[in-house]
Design a protein around this ligand. Sequence first.
Ligand code: WT7
Length: 651
Amino acid sequence: MSSEPIEKHPIPDGFANAHITPESYRRLYDESISDPDGFWGREGKRLDWITPYTKVKNTDFTFGDVSIKWFEDGELNVAANCVDRHLATRADQTAIIFEPDDPKAEAQHITYAQLSENVNRLANVLKDLGVKKGDRVVIYLPMIPEAAYAMLACARLGAIHSIVFAGFSPDALASRVIDCGAKLVITADTAPRGGRRTGLKSNADIALAQTGPEVKCLVVRHTGDDVAWNDDRDIDMKALMAKASTDCPPEPMNAEDTLFILYTSGSTGKPKGVVHTTGGYLVFAAITHQYVFDYHDGDVFWCTADVGWVTGHSYIIYGPLANGATTLMFEGVPTWPDAGRFWDVCDKHKVTQFYTAPTAIRALMGKGPEFVDGHDLSSLRLLGSVGEPINPEAWNWYNEHVGKGRCPIVDTWWQTETGGHLITPLPGAIETKAGSATLPFFGVKPEVLEPETAKVVAGNPAEGVLCIADSWPGQMRTVWGDHQRFMETYFQQYPGYYFTGDGCRRDEDGYYWITGRVDDVINVSGHRMGTAEVESALVAHDKVAEAAVVGYPHSLKGQGIYAYVTLMNGIEPTEELRSELEKWVRNEIGPIAKPDLIQWAPGMPKTRSGKIMRRILRKIAENDYGSLGDISTLAEPEVVDDLIANRMNRG
Ligand code: WT7
């Protein structure tokens, strides 16, 4: 990083009446840290409680005893908070705008009254199928309103949903269904995206063949495409909804009952089921949605994420609907029919807050500003970014061409585990710097630690690993079925802290700059991928002896996937085998896991004890082999010369 001072962007005109001002940010932040019970005790009242809580925070980060409870004696229902309580005042207000993949197809405006009707009907359908409080339901759907109905219908009954991103393969779907013990999978016939169709039902058929006959399949006939049908297992969702009653009483849930499980990649092993509970999660999703995006009545909020990721959970569904907002669901992709689609949708629906990922901005930037310029973007008040560090070039393009220099950009740093934003600008309170997530949200106490010694780096500037010193209501509670793994992953290495897995810098102004993962997790187009997962997919192929996967800088995706592959004795490395392996990984995990570069590695750089030295592989993949550091401890230092000579990324 250069030491040139980075320009601060002042708070734009029009944010003088924002929910949070510079003065209230400082005052409330201080209160939230010194008196979390007072601050969150008050904020918890933004929800309707069936039984009001008398306790607010009860959390312990001690390794071995980690326990996180918020509002622990309160009872509420999340669906009642996202739907029912708005009916008195907002029955005819649009809750969800659905913009289909095909720009010529008509958009739907679903009012709160219609949302209520659909959620109640579907909850009754689920109930009739035997779904009860605490049961798990896997949702494998495209970005259609039925995904929202399904989430909220589960929440209404107290069933736990686990959404599997529709881009994941049948194997990935099956392993999640099995891990969480779901009794039902909700899917659709086919999913249109960018004018093409993915067979979701056919994927579910393959997955369900692996899970056993007790798992039922509820199918949304969305496109009407022909699909195979198993009468013993498959159920037509819309047909049953049409006959179901529109009244299904909400189940009272304890604040610490599980709302959902969402699988995410870590540095080792299989993806883990991140558990979020009802009360604290919803309070945190709602407050961050309101303050970070400065949401006001009448706004039209658009988060372009997929509901298969946590961003979609918190900022398409739960946060906005808890706030009685109008939220837009988009089924399509940014570049089809052309690179103007996002701006076309913003213009058409008069979007006021637009929230997307740097990878999308870079892709659109590459197509040229002419795709933005033809659209009327005067409705936009605020822009957001999430998923990976945003490079200043993309930030400036977003600011200039989309925001026309008028809209603050909130670069929100958070994780599946955090439930909502932890470090982020507040548009009326915090001046921004291109590429910095700026300052902590209320109740969040970041610390920079020395990676080796676990000592807190005090003062500014500081550099090290990013940890959080105390709990916030949206924090994950455990790993589904494996509390030990939860404690080991997040609380063991830096005792007393939640370890984020990210590195960071804090500058002279106390602003945080996330520098990326310090573990074996890579971030491909804002999607999190464990290198170990891709490796185990590769070695599952019978021609592969060994595989090592690292990330490397990629101009569009942020990071690309670089795989070093050692083939079995006697197997010839060919172009056909390369594409076979690419296809293999797509099938094992999903298209997002396909290696961008595969290098044939006759040998891996290993220590004498046999450990692969990933540091060296990372440097070669980064095309930065001039600074490999000490390789004298390698068992066979000469393999490094071969790897350098045959490196794939010469960019
Ligand atoms: C990882 C979490 C949280 C929703 C999307 C991703 C990276 C996320 C930012 C940002 C720099 C970011 C981090 C984090 N990340 N947002 N604004 N600036 N890095 O959720 O899949 O759980 O990934 O994404 O590395 O640890 P996720």
